[in-house]
Ligand binder design. Structure first.
Ligand code: FAD
Ligand code: NAP
Length: 556
């Protein structure tokens, strides 16, 4: 499948030559291998973990599960696969999604392409040979014409730089590096730091086991109930009867999901009573996509947004009994949906338990970790264990962790010092033949990510076919096309309420020193797919295509 040239000394200098390097073996990397192999290309995937699954390999914390319905949060590329695989619940838990991805790796014989427990540390573009050279922490380096970064946009875990963590006497874990054997919190006092989508899923599970949980919340998020249930046979049968059509329908949805109705009216068109009935029905149905997709203008009009925000605030107030906790938990500083809307099972209810305390870490920030626990500006909380649900260096973290050097010695990290710039979220000027799956400037995190991943890899695979058919060696976006895309991404975001949340990971605000730039493309998946398709149909408009030494410029 690949050529390995042995080194003559210690093995470090050995190189493996393939057509395509894939970094990462999650949903993105597995499908990348499948597509590349279908093109007859030799592919090598490098994966840091000792198994496939990406997100679902690493995030083994209690309560981890998807919040896009599993019938949608799954691959569409094989009808046999989607017909045969059976999801046990509306939203599958982490072990089941991991089992699914292992099944995919086996079923499509992808494992032989993967080198596990290996990290790509640096990548360098050799312009003379139009080749990417990837250096790894062990084993041969990989040389490939094309590189696909399927390294994930929520895959670089982040623990805040609290001083003192090394002297903590108890055990501590980050949600995305959770031990394979789980953690037994029975009888323990636990600090849970972070109340994003992860913390919200973790809390009810930990509280059911621990003697005491102290939750440290910095920003109050909105959360809506999941209302998970075992998969009803008729729902599954119905979906499977129409699967191919439903998958197509999913790509016509901003959410990338098949069964979320497309909104047709403004939230402000209805009377207060009518609107409340709509929200109440959606609250009972559960899930975030239907809620945020109830009306056309929830993310465009502050007054419309406030109708939903106040509905959810009322729900929180009606569930949480303790007035002090209620006050701290009620979000007040951002429009609903402008930070990732959480989906929970009994999150707010859990604060009614006697063994759950809540610390307002905005009012009294965490100062340090001590031998005994967590010290804020006004108290020390003694605990036996700490669960960090403190998130990720999102969208750019995994890419910047690799030292990527492009044409003319440009380093991606330096180029992105003031914020990431891409064309279509897929490629970067100065980095020929390097593709990013769900990169900054793509809709990815604002949609069902599996739909977004499949669309990206199909586009990449069509692009490689085009290069081959036209005898082209390289593809790279022009500086102008990239500038205009970045402008467009910002313009679209500025027409919405997303930038009103100035402290979300969408703008990199959770990482001290990270430039505050709104990273996702929020025009919606269908609008994005249309642009990508038009760019391709127009001879890869905005890209420079190089044929051996002669340059062909795609008009823009
Ligand atoms: P990942 O799954 O992150 O895989 C990237 C892989 O690359 C990892 O295995 C990593 O080890 C490897 N890697 C990274 N850098 C290197 C390197 N330098 N060298 C070698 N290997 C490397 N999305 C949804 O749409 N719906 C959901 O319900 C949902 N739930 C989520 C729940 C959690 C807890 C989290 C964290 C994310 C969730 N997401 C969800 C987003 C999720 O990340 C994507 O849906 C999807 O799994 C991403 O797949 P991926 O292959 O692009 O990246
Ligand atoms: P996150 O949303 O970034 O949340 C991190 C939490 O840690 C926030 O509450 C943050 O507070 C807090 N925090 C960070 N630094 C802190 C500090 N110094 N002191 C106190 N608190 C601090 O991360 P996440 O919850 O892991 O989720 C990341 C993304 O992964 C989600 O948005 C979602 O896309 C995906 N995900 C999905 C699911 C799902 O339901 N399917 C589950 C988990 C994750 P601030 O908000 O104030 O920064």
């Amino acid at each position: 499948m690949s050529e390995v040239t042995p080194s003559n000394s210690d093995g470090q200098a050995a190189r493996e030559q393939v057509d395509v390097l894939v970094v990462g073996a999650g949903f993105g990397g597995l499908y990348a291998m499948y597509r590349m192999r279908a093109l007859g290309l030799r592919v090598r995937c490098i994966e840091a973990a000792d198994g496939v699954g990406g997100t679902w390999f690493w995030n083994r914390y209690p309560g981890a599960r998807c919040d896009v319905e599993s019938l949608d949060y799954s691959y569409s590329f094989s009808n046999e696969l989607q017909q045969e695989w059976r999801w046990s619940h509306r939203y599958a838990e982490q072990p089941e999604i991991l089992a699914y991805l292992n099944h995919v790796a086996d079923r499509f014989e992808l494992r032989p392409h993967i080198r596990f427990e290996t990290r790509v540390t640096a990548m360098q573009y050799d312009a003379e040979r139009a080749t990417w050279v990837a250096y790894t922490n062990h084993g041969p380096r990989v040389e490939a014409r094309f590189a696909i970064m399927a390294s994930g946009n929520l895959s670089a875990p982040r623990i805040p730089d609290f001083p003192g963590i090394e002297r903590f006497n108890g055990e501590w874990h980050h949600s995305a590096r959770w031990p394979k054997d789980g953690v037994d919190f029975s009888g323990k006092r636990v600090a849970l730091i972070g109340t994003g989508a992860t913390g919200v899923q973790m809390l009810p599970k930990i509280a059911a086991q621990a003697s005491m949980v102290t939750v440290f919340q910095r920003t109050a998020n909105f959360s809506v109930p999941a209302r998970n249930y075992p998969m009803p046979e008729d729902e599954e049968r119905e979906q499977k009867a129409h699967y191919p059509a439903l998958r197509k329908a999913a790509r016509l949805q901003n959410s990338g999901m098949s069964r979320v109705p497309i909104p047709t009216r403004s939230a402000l068109e209805l009377s207060d009573d009518e609107r409340l009935r709509v929200y109440e029905a959606l609250w009972q149905k559960g899930g975030s996509a239907r809620m945020m997709g109830a009306f056309t203008d929830l993310m465009r009009n502050a007054a419309a947004n406030e109708t939903l925000a106040s509905f959810v605030r009322e729900k929180i107030r009606s569930i949480v009994k303790d007035p002090a906790k209620r006050e701290i938990l009620t979000p007040c500083d951002h429009p609903i949906g402008s930070r990732r809307l959480c989906v929970d099972t009994d999150y707010y209810e859990t604060f009614n338990r006697d063994n759950v305390a809540l610390v307002d870490a905005r009012r009294t920030p965490i100062q340090e970790i001590t031998e005994r626990g967590v010290r804020t500006t006004d108290a020390e909380y003694e605990v036996d264990a700490i669960a960090f649900a403190t998130g990720f260096d999102a969208m750019t973290g995994a890419l910047n962790e690799v030292s990527i050097t492009g044409r003319d010695g440009i380093r991606l990290r330096d180029k992105w010092a003031a914020g990431p710039a891409t064309y279509l979220g897929l490629m970067v000027h100065g980095f020929p033949n390097l593709f990013i799956v769900t990169g900054p400037g793509s809709p990815s995190v604002k949609a069902n990510m599996v739909t977004a991943i499949e669309q990206h890899l199909e586009w990449i695979s069509d692009c490689l076919t085009y290069l081959d058919e036209h005898n082209l060696a390289t593809i790279e976006p022009t500086a102008d096309a990239e500038d205009r895309w970045v402008e467009h991404v910002n313009e679209v975001a500025n027409g919405t309420l997303f930038p009103k949340a100035t402290n979300s990971w969408y703008v990199g605000a959770n990482i001290p020193g990270k430039p505050r730039v709104f990273m996702p493309y929020v025009a919606g998946l269908p609008a994005y797919i249309k642009i990508c398709d038009e760019v391709a149909a127009d001879g890869y408009r905005g890209f420079e295509l190089q044929k051996a030494l002669c340059l062909v410029t795609g008009h823009s």
